[in-house]
Ligand binder design. Structure first.
Ligand SMILES: [Zn+2]
Length: 261
């Protein structure tokens, strides 16, 4: 029952992510304007805003003008719901940590919040090949605060600043070597965010995973003739996937790598 509620909560945030990405791209105020059909501009009723259900019920079309609604909408809602369930399953009900102390509550809340944030970065980069500073920079500040609430010590502060430096520096180096051809400035900022969010050495896990997954997907795309070698792929999407995995299982992966499991 709780799992279902967590899933529904996730789909609602998935719906929010879809709307936010759309509005960021089209420069709408996302607090005051109500959701509308992009074609006929008719305002959506509350029953047209229910995640997944609305899409199925309307058979993927706007009820007024029959404009097709992208599969992106239910897909993002489902994925967000599933990731929320995953966090719940791995971090709460199979606990080494039951969220009882305030540190645990802050930890778990952070995982949910940053998952939403990563999904926004993922979706925006996937669709528009761009990582927005107005998304990454506030996340950096929040990540720093989150880390220090979890562990308010000079050692931890040094650790995450170092990790941010490594994450950002890694991309800055590529940026300088390629004179901005391989990657954009947005990747550098995302690298810093990854470091602040994950700390050292977890940031390395995320970077490595991003490259492995990215290479895997690129090979499949070339084989399927969807892309050619050297064609641009939105690398931020892989970075966010790597970051999410490292956020949940970074410690376990490192222990396993060092042979302590
Ligand atoms: Zn319409």
């Amino acid at each position: 029952m709780t799992t279902l509620l967590i899933f529904i909560f996730g789909t609602l945030l998935g719906s929010f992510i879809n709307a936010l990405v759309y509005r960021l791209k089209n420069n709408f105020s996302f607090v005051f304007s109500r959701s509308h059909c992009p074609k006929c501009k008719s305002i959506l009723a509350w029953y047209e805003l229910i995640p997944i259900v609305s899409f199925l019920w309307q058979r993927g079309k706007c009820t007024k003008c029959q404009q097709k609604i992208s599969w992106q909408y239910p897909l993002v809602e489902i994925v967000t719901g599933c990731l929320f369930v995953l966090i719940y399953q791995t971090k709460i009900i199979t606990p080494q940590i039951l969220p009882v102390s305030y540190v645990d509550v802050v930890h778990i809340s952070g995982l949910f919040i940053f998952t939403v944030w990563l999904l926004i970065i993922f979706l925006y980069d996937f669709k528009y090949y761009l990582i927005l500073d107005k998304i990454t920079v506030p996340a950096m500040v929040l990540a720093l605060v989150w880390q220090l609430v979890l562990d308010f010590s000079f050692g931890r502060l040094l650790n995450i600043l170092l990790a941010g430096l490594v994450g950002g520096g890694f991309f800055l180096l590529q940026f300088l070597v390629s004179q901005g051809k391989w990657i954009g400035g947005g990747d550098i900022r995302l690298g810093v965010l990854m470091g602040l969010l994950l700390g050292w050495p977890q940031v390395l896990v995320a970077l490595l995973l991003a490259y492995v997954i990215g290479a895997g997907v690129a090979i499949v795309m070339v084989l399927l003739k969807k892309k050619r070698w050297g064609e641009h792929i939105p690398f931020g999407t892989f970075l966010t996937i790597g970051t999410f995995i490292a956020l949940l299982w970074g410690d376990i992966i490192i222990k396993w790598y060092l042979g302590q499991l």
